[in-house]
Design a protein around this ligand. Structure first.
Ligand SMILES: Nc1ncnc2c1ncn2[C@@H]1O[C@H](COP(=O)(O)OP(=O)(O)O)[C@@H](O)[C@H]1O
Ligand SMILES: CC(C)(COP(=O)(O)O)[C@@H](O)C(=O)NCCC(=O)O
Ligand SMILES: [K+]
Length: 249
């Protein structure tokens, strides 16, 4: 069994696979190291023999998690590291080590799956886009806040934007001009996200015409799924790249 982890800013995504390129036998989304260990222990059958992870958390947090995994399952943990080039893709950052490793693995995974120019959209805590040319050159990308961050910034930095989760859930059934604070904020943030996505699409078309693939991933990918019917929704895209960054042999 191989335990794979994607440690984002909000959640840890995990899954267990029997061997390289096999479908997941178990997996989930947890919000702490404790929950992760408990969830993996609950899976029937042999525990993990190998473990690989990618983290955009601090080095201290990542090291602490590694140690706990090594102690809990007696595994060696491979942690994806920044590199200039991987699987035919060249990192486009002027300082390659600064590119978020989750972005890097997602775009390497996308290029492996498509073999052509791709636009990669990852909707997590942050929303990111990355552009990879047909020859594997990563051209760079964009970062903006995800919807929960946008909403929370408004709540935190204003005095009168206050509403509860039920009102928020009610508000997003339409994108008509809001007639309450909840509607105005929720729909406003949804439109910002849509605007970002449409702009990325325009930029990709200006560069590549119609000869590119769009990949959609991240916990909030469903928010823009309908506006991108041509996109491939690949929820485990980061894990595709992770397998390339940390091969077992
Ligand atoms: N099962 C789930 N548990 C928690 N959040 C989820 C789940 N499914 C979708 N989400 C959404 O995913 C978002 C987080 O996406 P994710 O890609 O996990 O972020 P990050 O990589 O930054 O931790 C949350 O804003 C939430 O709206
Ligand atoms: C942009 C990110 C915050 C996205 O993280 P996520 O939303 O997946 O938690 C992460 O990839 C990161 O910390 N990147 C480093 C900065 C950069 O990519 O330029
Ligand atoms: K993200």
């Amino acid at each position: 069994m191989i335990l794979e982890l994607d440690c984002g800013n909000s959640f840890i995504k995990w899954r267990l696979i029997a061997a390289e390129s096999q479908p997941a036998l178990a997996g989930g989304v947890v919000d702490s190291d404790d929950q992760l260990l408990a969830a993996v222990r609950q899976v029937d059958g042999p525990g993990p023999l190998h473990c690989r992870l990618v983290s955009v958390r601090s080095d201290d947090e990542t090291a602490a998690l590694r140690l706990r995994l090594e102690q809990a399952f007696a595994v060696e943990v491979c942690s994806a590291q920044p590199v200039r080039e991987l699987a035919g893709v060249r990192n486009g950052y002027s300082d390659f080590a600064r590119l978020g490793l989750d972005r890097w693995l997602a775009l390497v995974g996308a290029y492996r799956l498509s073999g052509q120019a791709c636009l990669v959209l990852d909707l997590g805590t942050a929303v990111t886009s990355d552009f990879v040319a047909a020859d594997g050159e990563h051209l760079g990308g964009y970062i903006c806040p995800g919807v929960p961050l946008m909403r929370n910034q408004l709540r935190t930095h204003t005095r009168r934007i206050r509403y509860d989760d039920a009102a928020a859930a009610q508000a997003v059934h339409s994108l008509q001009p809001g007639r309450s604070t909840a509607e105005a904020v929720e729909r406003g943030c949804s439109l910002m996200l849509r605007g970002f996505v449409l702009t990325q699409l325009e930029l990709a078309r200006e560069r590549w015409g119609e000869s590119f693939s769009i990949f959609l991933t991240g916990g909030d990918a469903a928010l823009v799924r309908e506006m991108l019917p041509q996109a491939r929704l690949v929820s485990d895209l980061v894990f595709v790249g992770l397998a390339l960054a940390c091969p077992l042999s």
